[in-house]
Design a protein around this ligand. Sequence first.
Ligand code: FES
Ligand code: FE2
Length: 427
Amino acid sequence: MLPRDDNERITQVGPHTPMGAAMRRYWIPALLARELPEPDCPPVRVKLLGEELVAFRDTLGRIGLIDEHCPHRLVSLFFGRNEECGLRCVYHGWKFDVEGRCVDMMNEPEELGFAHKIRTTAYPTAEAGGIIWAYLGPAELRPPLPHFAWTQAQPSHRHVSKVIQDCNWMQGLEGGIDTSHVPILHRVLSTDSKRPGFNPSDPFVRGKAPTLELDVTDYGYRYAGLRPLGDGEMHVRAYHFILPFHQIRPARTGSSGNMSGAAGHIWVPIDDHTTMVYNWEHSVGDPLTDEDRLERRLGNGPHDVDQTTFRSRRNRENNYLLDRRVQKTESFTGIDGVNVQDRAVQESMGRIVDRTREHLGPADRAVIQARRLLLQATRTVEAGGTPLGVEPSYYTLRPAEAVVPSGTDWRTLLAPEAEEREVLERV
Ligand code: FES
Ligand SMILES: [Fe+2]
């Protein structure tokens, strides 16, 4: 359980909250690059950490991310005209460039020079990995853009999508880093079922309840779930959590389902009650196929998520199209789509779960540690310091999944560079 004060501290992300201030020290995914496909294309509404913004790509291809509401009389610039290096409000024709400068006014005489006195909020942006990232923090503290292996991969070898989740970002994050639920919630009941999930013959499912081991590092932590399989073997699944909201997990890519791929989520708060979940996948071998990009197994692709609103077709209003017959015979939940199952359980906890009422056990170690690190980040920022995970490059971080002899140190399965990282604490 978490005291009420800490629950508020960790979940609220508005501009004047402790977590809001901490989160504004990191680069944050604002939208997919493909939402702004070409110069002067239509602007897109973006809500980030409770702030209503609008993104546009100007005539020169530069990206603007500015206050959605025109500083004249607060009309939405979503209705604006994206023309000649600026976004023009359709009400009285005030026009703003990507830096937020007012460069023209149609309802005031030019000789007045009023336009030069007006400026709107504009945040710096950068494109990487098919995502447009934004920095909402103090200009003098802006860190370098994070370098993940997947953001630097060729577009042929990576894929990214997004979907709205109707609950606080911490619920999504805690679900993502909680390895103990995976072979339970996402279990398929019979070996011949074609439903997405983990098959009963899979070592992940055959393994007994996991022991969790976790190393705190300068970016967050790495950890593993170790599941005894009998016959001197165990199943290992090793992950990374990077502050404030990144997960890197093992993924089985391609038709062979080989365990060397990587995938992850980023849980970006839209506001305190809504989250934009970014889903990425990185194949280190073969390029990803068109079929891979449909994300049928996860339920995050264009068949499952409206690509204009980014709302899931299976959602709380229709009980995620739960089929009780399927739940009896084929899958643990009766809901199709691994991440649809995640959204169903996480949204069912309420918009912001009351963590004073929980009963956490040793299997929740990773969840407990993430809370600790995030609370610590808020206090570090309050004290004028730099939180974990702002500075380092994450280029070498990789996940791992394998069946190995019992007693094998799971750290040896991670890339050697990762193995050499300084460990701040072993939990
Ligand atoms: S409200 Fe935008 S120009 Fe008047
Ligand atoms: Fe899950």
